[in-house]
Design a protein. Structure first.
Length: 73
């Protein structure tokens, strides 16, 4: 059975950055844009997974969450 990996980006309004939550050991990200966030996942995730003994390509579920406050109806 293969492992399932995820990376979740959530918006920190106080710091104005996207922060990460992930089950990939060692992957901690903060970026100003989602594009940069995704680029860093693609750059660092394979290396970190290899350090954990996973050398074959695996799918990574990526999602982004941002709460919009004060939207008028």
């Amino acid at each position: 059975m293969s492992q399932s990996f995820y990376v979740k980006a959530f918006w920190d309004a106080d710091a104005s950055v996207w922060c990460s939550e992930s089950n990939i050991p060692g992957l901690v990200l903060q970026t100003e844009t989602l594009e940069e966030f995704q680029d860093l996942i693609q750059h660092f995730a394979p290396e970190l997974l290899a350090e954990s003994g996973i050398h074959d390509p695996v799918p990574i579920r990526f999602e982004a969450v941002r709460q919009l406050d004060g939207v008028a109806a």
